[in-house]
Design a protein around this ligand. Structure first.
Ligand code: PLP
Length: 411
């Protein structure tokens, strides 16, 4: 039986985003940069403001009613993340500052534990620097080697290479669920199964996936899954790491301080169980509660409806952009999410980005913190439009007109 999804009421949704009614350089703002950072709906902004005005204190500190209330709200937000990712327990959800910190945590705690001199770490060719540099730092420290899963010209990983690339020395495989440059949705479940069959643990960078796809970490079976709040309609400064409990329990802490200890003496310090063991110091409490409100918001819209809307926009934008003379789209994977990267002959992506900006169109121009992807495609940078559930076809039309205008200017 096929069920028809009720389309999103985009006009109503847009009223939840004050920034969408402002102007930029005298033009209505067209926000096509959600892959950099999503906008927050009023429900999130107001929830954080309510916390700061009426509930603010520290968490996990003593018996005051206020602190207990804040702790309850903070832990409720953790439960929302657990449910959102389909994890078995809140003990598997560690608060972090974002995906970057989550991936550094895995490298510095789990990685240090399992990687030894001569071992290998396998990363996909389309990783963001956040899932490259922490592993390079670890490899350097341990005398390990980084190997790379290549991709084809469409921006799809060449999975046939996996059997050869995974060796007796491979300890960890790191892969992004969705590429921030190419939009490719990687078959993480299949990759994980193949890595596990060879005894390799899998770390997934979900920063660009969670805003667009329903993720079920138990179904994917990845060992770790990292994401950031600010790409998911939440605030900056908060993110989370999912880790299988057995790993988190076995892993050493990575930062020391308050909240992560059970007892401290000059002779011996003992640690709290996971996840507290990984959460030293005062966390960003308002941001965590705000992220919880963001999850409520996107779940109320429905991730399947969000995905359908964004797919439709991506298909429309691809169709319109593909016929612009001199424009080349990077990333033509069969399974793509919400990102359209392109280069235009004779115009540097930064110049193109500036012209679009003068038209009120916000996009990102640059290497997108994925320089190895730029090298793979022999380009210095791309211009990237990224779509969210509040964007419209009319906005895509304005993007297309602005690109055409830039091409005229550079003739
Ligand atoms: N991974 C991917 C795929 C990203 O796109 C980003 C941000 O652009 C990150 C990781 C890093 O996220 P954050 O800067 O929020 O830690």
């Amino acid at each position: 039986m096929t069920t028809t999804l009720q389309p999103l009421d985009v006009a109503a949704i847009r009223k939840d985003f004050p920034l969408l009614s402002r102007t930029l350089n005298g033009k209505p703002v067209i926000y096509l940069d959600s892959a950099v950072s999503g906008q927050m709906p009023l429900a999130v902004i107001e929830r954080m403001s309510h916390y700061e005005r009426e509930e603010h204190t520290n968490v996990h500190r003593g018996v005051s009613t206020l602190s207990q209330e804040a702790t309850d709200r903070f832990e409720e937000a953790r439960e929302k993340v657990r449910a959102f990712l389909g994890a078995a327990s809140t003990r598997e959800i560690v608060w972090t500052r974002g995906a970057t910190e989550a991936l550094n945590l895995v490298a510095q705690s789990f990685g240090r534990m399992v990687v030894q001199a001569g071992d290998e770490i396998l990363l996909s060719a389309m990783e963001h620097h956040a899932n490259i540099v922490p592993w390079q730092m670890l490899a350097q420290e341990k005398g390990a080697t980084i190997k790379v899963i290549p991709m084809n010209d469409a921006g799809e990983l060449i999975l046939e290479s996996l059997d050869e690339l995974i060796t007796e020395r491979t300890r960890i495989l790191g892969v992004t669920h969705v590429s921030n440059v190419l939009g490719t949705v990687n078959p993480v479940k299949e990759i994980t199964a193949r890595a596990h069959a060879r005894g390799v643990s899998v770390v997934v960078d979900g920063a660009q996936a969670v805003p667009h796809l329903a993720v079920d970490v138990r179904d994917l079976d990845a060992d770790f899954y990292a994401f950031s709040g600010h790409k998911l309609s939440g605030p900056t400064g908060i993110g989370a790491l999912y880790g299988k409990l057995a790993h988190l329990e076995a892993m050493p802490p990575w930062q020391g301080g308050g909240s992560m200890i059970r007892s401290v003496s000059w002779e011996k310090t003992t640690y709290m169980p996971a996840p507290a063991k990984f959460e030293a110091g005062t966390p960003p409490i308002a941001a965590a509660i705000g992220l919880g409100a963001a999850l409520d918001y996107v779940q109320a819209l429905g991730l399947d409806r969000i995905a359908a809307h964004e797919h439709e926009l991506l298909a429309y934008a691809t169709e319109r952009m593909a016929v612009i003379p001199g424009l080349r789209i990077l990333g033509n994977a069969k399974d793509k999410a919400s990102v359209l990267s392109f280069v235009v002959e004779g115009i540097h992506p930064h110049d193109l980005g500036s012209i679009l900006d003068s038209e009120g169109v916000v996009v990102r121009a640059g290497h997108h913190c994925a320089q190895p992807v730029m090298t793979r495609f022999h380009i210095p940078a791309t211009t990237r439009a990224s779509f969210a559930y509040f964007n419209t076809r009319e906005e895509v039309d304005i993007l297309v007109s602005a690109v055409m205008k830039a091409i005229e200017l550079f003739k």
